[in-house]
Design a binder for this molecule. Structure first.
Ligand code: NAD
Ligand code: IPM
Ligand code: MN
Length: 353
């Protein structure tokens, strides 16, 4: 029997609420398989940990996480008490230190889920945003000068490497080959003429090596508009770190809302553990009420199973989610009345369907 060691980092706000349901589903889907056993280790990091220890995670959090097969994260952030850039620092550090450069965020509208776009349905909204997750605009590179003075200034410089751009584009092309053979690269090279022109040049070099994939590029402003008016034209979208962040909240809402949107932080070479988490944050506005939608966390757990080479188990989860949503079983964010736990029950009940 193979043991899969999962680090569970529920985090703050609705993080622990949705992770509880994701774990129930994971355990149920893995239990009948006597070849694998799931061993979960809870890491109590986040705002509560900060109150006790004066920091949001153990000092050696990277060493703690390193030996695991995967990390399942809920959400982090409790802005009322702790500045976001403090609570969120470990998350960004994990992505970068573990070279989780491929952040995959599918935007797929499930049948039965109301669309925010008039005249668009499940066959129109099914694309995959691949966000470069290890460098770009998220590099910790800059400083504040003359703090508090009227002439204070801040510098924050993004960093884009040829190697980083090339590998995420290749990853995107490979994904397009598993999907509908289209790739759209999103930058802002008309205004940012160093970094994003490098992206353009690398695309020109790489695209001819994938002649079966139709590749094009759009500027981020136009892409935001096109996501809304022509979502059906997108298949695989590759974007830099910041643009990928923005476009995946948009993709999330187009596919039914953030309560449904899953994400990976993948280290494709498997030199480090990959991390799986919903696109959404800790949702302080609804935390503690038991009404958060756990589906994004459940679908993130399914993506973790894909990564752990258990695609059938992952597909069983997706089918159960589709069946529950299709039967009109919805939490409040989708106009329904189900609690977080009842939504977990609804998915669990359909696992064998
Ligand atoms: P958010 O994603 O937490 O919430 C945005 C809106 O979506 C809110 O109205 C919320 O109620 C709703 N929502 C989100 N997830 C939902 C769910 N599962 N079910 C039902 N409704 C849901 O974004 P925010 O309010 O901008 O940020 C809150 C905190 O989370 C901040 O501290 C922010 O920095 C942090 N954050 C963390 C992550 C992460 O952990 N990866 C991601 C985004 C934001
Ligand atoms: C996300 C979040 C994070 C990001 C924050 C919490 C740092 O918005 O995962 O989309 O910007 O990457
Ligand atoms: Mn985001």
């Amino acid at each position: 029997m193979k043991t899969l060691r999962i680090a569970v980092y529920p985090g703050d706000g609705i993080g622990p609420e949705v992770i509880e349901q994701a774990l129930r589903v994971l355990e149920a889907v893995v239990a009948p398989d006597n070849r694998i056993c799931l061993e979960t280790t809870h890491l109590p990091w986040g705002a509560a940990y900060w109150e006790k220890h004066g920091r949001v995670a153990a000092d050696d959090f990277l060493q703690v996480l390193r030996p695991f097969d995967a990390i399942l994260l809920g959400a982090v952030g409790w802005p009322e008490k702790i500045p976001d850039h403090v609570t969120l620092a470990p998350l960004v550090t994990i992505r970068q230190a573990f070279d989780q450069y491929a952040c995959m965020r599918p935007a797929r509208l499930y049948p039965g889920v109301p669309s925010v776009l008039a005249h668009k349905g499940p066959s129109d909204i099914d694309f995959l945003v691949i966000r470069e997750n290890s460098e770009g605009e998220y590099v910790d590179n800059g400083g504040r000068f003359r703090r508090g003075q009227p002439d204070e200034f801040a510098v924050q410089t993004a960093l884009h490497t040829r190697r980083g751009v090339e590998r995420i584009l290749r990853y995107g092309f490979e994904m397009a080959r598993k999907r509908r053979l289209r790739l759209t690269m999103i930058t802002k090279s008309n205004a940012q003429r160093y970094a994003y022109v490098l992206w353009d040049e690398v695309l020109e070099e790489v695209a001819p090596q994938y002649p079966d994939v139709t590749a094009d590029r759009q500027h981020c402003d136009a892409a935001a508009m096109n996501f809304v008016r022509w979502p059906e034209r997108f298949d695989v979208v590759v974007a830099s770190n910041l643009f990928g962040d923005l476009l995946t909240d948009l993709g999330g809402v187009l596919s039914g809302g953030l309560g449904l949107a899953p994400s990976t932080n993948t280290n494709p070479e498997r030199r480090f553990p990959s991390m799986f988490e919903p696109v959404h944050g800790s949702a302080p506005d609804i935390a503690g009420q038991g009404i958060a939608n756990p589906v994004a966390a459940i679908l993130s757990a399914a993506m973790m199973l894909d990564h752990l080479e258990l695609p059938q188990a992952a597909e069983r989860i997706r089918r159960a989610v589709a069946a529950a949503l299709g039967a009109g079983l919805h939490t409040r964010d989708l106009g329904g009345t189900l609690t977080t736990e009842q939504m977990g029950d609804a998915v669990l009940a359909r696992l064998s369907d």
